[in-house]
Design a protein around this ligand. Sequence first.
Ligand code: PLP
Length: 390
Amino acid sequence: MRAEQMQALLVQRQQAGLLRQLKVLDSVKGSSLRFQGKSFLNFSGNDYLGLSGDPAVVAALQQGASDYGVGSTGSPLISGQQLPHQQLCDEICDWLNVEAVMLFSSGFAANQAMLLGLCGEDELLLLDKLSHASMIDAALQLPGGYKRFLHNDVGSLQKLLNAQQQAGLSLEKSAVVATEGVFSMDGDSPDLSGLTSLCQHYQAPLLLDDAHGIGVHGAEGAGSLVNAGLSSSAAQCLMANFGKALGGQGGFLACSQLVADYLTQSARHFIYSTALSPAIAVAMTQSIRLCRKNQWRRERLNENIHYCQQLAKQYDLPLLPSDSAIQPLLIGDSNKAMAVSQGLAGQGIWLSAIRPPTVPQQQARLRITLTALHQKADLALLFQSLKALL
Ligand SMILES: Cc1ncc(COP(=O)(O)O)c(C=O)c1O
């Protein structure tokens, strides 16, 4: 693209209130952050359980780096998969009760590998309308194509599955379904029992992105499927990442040994990419152990979620329906969302505005994300400030 074209696009975005700009923070710690020497309460992070700065996780990272080095030095099939990686895989297998785990350098890469690897050439992918960019980008590359069902609408999915069946294709090859355990911009969840029953009926494999459910929902934080009374293997493949409730970085796929063996032959994001840092692998093993046994973190987070919903009612600031750590306040207009976000910043509160194209047109929002480390007083201050600004 030529420079003038880029310039014109930037001006256009600026005028529409949609220009994205990188802000370099001094640091992010617990439920607060520092920017240009000032301290802010942070309502925009994904460290839902407060594990990112936990002393035991930090110590594990340091020990891991001393014992194994900072980098993995290679892709998994060459020299990258080492003892700490295997220990992490074993820990996740035990936690989620699955046969196999594959590690990736990001959740984005893991999602791409899952969709590109597990949707056959003649299979149609049926994807929730609000799916994450990492799934949409993979869907766009699928030789068998994709269709989208209405957000969290089992009836809409059923219509598409029926249509596939009517088209006379063989049942087993007809469709693959992909959705999320908790949606990143809305914080809501599908009816996973209904969805898995439907998938079973149509023999359509289910691929689930549980980036925002893992660690937060279900016994020991085993995620959205377990929370719905299902087993993790109700999905043919489960994707989750380390960058949110687990406080680290990277992603993984949890699946049967057969699916892992199959993906190991073909998943380009696995084969042709440097393996996760061994120090991160040691830290994430420690983080998962804490996540499993520290039920108090989920209890504190749930208390904050309920208190947030209570304050929203009290101040008449209706949130989108969500029981997760993501509690969005719909604003609509992008410029207004930016103005409120800036107003909050003036009062020491960091709450980024989420604007199109990340969310649909006229659905700009303030996406409040909560952590176990927020105090009640933090939430009270947030809602007093929001009320004053709106
Ligand atoms: C729903 C969802 N899936 C996938 C990803 C990608 O994960 P990662 O940030 O580890 O690349 C994210 C987050 O960024 C997400 O919110």
